[in-house]
Design a binder for this molecule. Structure first.
Ligand code: GLY
Length: 597
């Protein structure tokens, strides 16, 4: 039955996806209702989820909900929740399947950030499972012999960019704290799918085709993604026995079986012998890896507290800054069709990105004004810069209150869209929001033990200094690269009302902020908020989502002084609104669904 229904879903999306996949960033999928023939064999629940997404309405449920980027992964999570598992249990099952069916975006070879609302203690916690820089890495890892930064893909592809993976340890830590189901039971779906095979999705097939040259450089990667030299085809059944074996090891030995023994040796050997671009990851790095619990970062917005992952992520701080700066303006009255609303959001985002580039990095290594950056008085003062009409001419970082004296130079590091987001609410009232990544699509392109290795180290600044002033996000041994991932839980009066997050490189921040504004200020239900066309401004140019109503703002924004750039904007927002009922949303730009009961 599984093969039938997934085939139907994936072939449906293929029709819309194929032309767009020809371009670098053109991977959006239009919402399209399943037809008679395509829905044969689907469970009623999955049919309903697909129809809801196609019709732009949320999936409703009373007890639990899971939203993620691939129906097979969502089904795995739903099975766990249906059997009484917690959101943490379901997340493990979802991640394990995502690493198989959406391997280009996240997996065991990557890292993740998790935000958790614990219903029993009514507390919010965040877990940092970010990759770390190897101890042998030097600040000049991504510079040539003249001290000049390497070209981006010269740094990405191969061993140099691989940080110590954090995801396996994060899965285990989340289960240790909040799990209710037996750990081995969470691997059953992943092992079965890897052994028996799954049908390659149109998105995976299209991305393999686009990246074929890079994937072909490494024998293990080429053998998997380009069997007989040809890119995987959509609808093709694909098995991954090596991944099934890795999952069996994790299921029986826990993360110790990943961070030591044969799997660790395989990772290190793959990284250090990568042809042309060997890296420096060692068995010591793997043995030393730790998940870190951190204080959530929260920012006030209207009646809400918008909470998420603090440093080394810039996500919650930058989302919080954008919201804090527009708070003094009447966005609810302006509405989503108002160019003035987008002027405010766009320039608030530019100001926030200026602070992000100057101040945000791994605060275990560099002093950061974390509290100062989301201080309401500071944000009101920054927001007052928006009071004049027209795009801001000068954008500069502000001077948030600093608990240490510090002076940093600005960093612009390139983050391309990949990654995946999981939102889950369980029957016990726990809420999970987790964004998970191997960084670039297909990460470093190195594959071992059935999974891809990340290229997360390229989220560091390639330069260490600018005009002699150090850059906060420079690479240092043991440090975690700055991220934009923004797993978010929104609270009202201390109670969670929304879980949300997205992939999309540094545009994640804009996708999440926009969706929260649409939901909180413009009265949209969460599926409408997710589907609202994107307008994203990070560094000055206003990205307008191609072939959507966002392009209709083009003339007005140009008249205000913005440059505009119509382009595909492939978010992968997955969200759950928590009220009298649960309302789940899946981004029509990707292949995911929300399921609940
Ligand atoms: N590599 C994507 C991010 O961490 O933001």
């Amino acid at each position: 039955m599984r093969a039938n229904w997934i085939s139907g879903i994936l072939l449906t999306t293929a029709i819309a996806a194929t032309p767009a996949l020809a371009q670098e960033t053109a991977d959006a999928v239009s919402p399209e209702a399943p037809t008679e023939g395509q829905v044969q064999g689907l469970t009623d629940q999955v049919i309903a989820a697909l129809e809801a997404k196609a019709n732009g309405v949320p999936v409703e449920a009373e007890n639990w909900m899971v939203a993620a980027a691939n129906p097979l992964a969502v089904e795995a999570g739903a099975r766990v929740l249906r059997a009484g598992g917690s959101a943490a249990d379901a997340m493990v099952a979802v991640q394990v399947v995502l690493g198989l069916v959406e391997p280009q975006s996240s997996g065991l070879g990557g890292g993740a950030f998790l935000v958790w609302y614990d219903a029993a203690s009514e507390t919010l916690t965040t877990l940092d499972g970010r990759e770390t820089a190897p101890l042998e890495a030097t600040p000049r890892l991504f510079q040539d012999e003249n001290g000049e930064p390497l070209k981006f893909f010269d740094a990405v592809v191969g061993g140099l960019s691989v940080g110590t993976p954090g995801t396996p340890a994060l899965l285990e830590e989340a289960h240790r704290r909040w799990g209710r189901s037996p750990w081995p039971s969470l691997f059953v779906d992943g092992i079965q799918l890897a052994d028996e095979g799954f049908l390659v999705s149109p998105r995976l097939a299209g991305l393999v085709e686009r990246d074929a040259e890079r994937l072909s450089r490494f024998p293990a990667t080429a053998a998997y993604f380009l069997p007989d030299g040809q890119p995987l085809a959509q609808g093709q059944r694909l098995t991954n026995p090596a991944y099934a074996e890795t999952l069996r090891t994790l299921a029986t030995e826990g993360s110790a079986g990943f961070y030591g023994g044969d799997i660790a040796a395989g990772i290190v050997n793959t990284v250090r012998t990568a042809p042309g671009n060997p890296g420096v990851l060692s068995v010591t790095d793997l043995a030393l890896y730790q998940v870190i619990e951190r204080e959530p970062v929260c920012a006030a917005y209207r009646a809400y507290e918008v909470c998420g992952m603090g440093p080394p992520s810039s996500g919650a701080l930058t989302v919080g800054q954008i919201l804090g700066m527009v708070q003094g303006y009447d966005l609810p009255a302006m509405g989503p069709d108002s160019p003035e609303a987008w002027r405010l959001i766009g320039d608030a985002s530019r100001l926030a990105f200026a602070d992000r580039g100057r101040y945000m990095a791994d605060s275990d290594f560099v002093p950061m004004p974390t509290e100062g950056l989301v201080d309401p008085d500071y944000l009101a003062q920054r927001g007052s810069l928006l009071s004049e009409g027209g795009a801001l001419v000068d954008i500069a970082p502000g001077n948030p209150e600093f608990d240490h004296a510090s002076n940093w130079a600005d960093d612009v590091s390139l983050e391309l869209p990949s990654t995946s987001h999981i939102s889950i609410v369980d029957a016990y009232g726990n809420v999970l929001s987790m964004t998970t990544t191997i960084e670039n699509g297909f990460g470093s392109r190195l594959m071992t033990n059935g999974f891809l290795l990340n290229n997360e180290l390229t989220d560091f600044s390639f330069r260490t200094h600018s005009d002699g002033v150090p850059i906060a996000n420079r690479l240092e041994p043991g440090k975690r690269p700055r991220s934009s991932m923004s797993p978010t839980i929104v609270l009202q009066d201390g109670v969670p009302v929304l879980a949300i997050g997205s992939p999309g490189g540094s545009r994640i921040i804009g996708y999440v902020a926009k969706s929260i504004i649409a939901w909180a200020d413009w009265g949209m239900n969460i599926q409408e908020a997710v589907m609202l066309p994107h307008l994203v401004n990070r560094f000055g140019t206003y990205d307008l989502e191609l072939d959507t109503a966002a392009e209709g703002h083009s003339d007005a924004l140009i008249a205000m002084g913005f440059e505009v750039n119509p382009r595909d904007l492939t978010s992968g927002l997955h969200a759950i609104e928590i009220g009298e009922v649960l309302k789940g949303a899946a981004d029509h730009r990707r292949e995911g669904i929300a399921l609940g009961d």
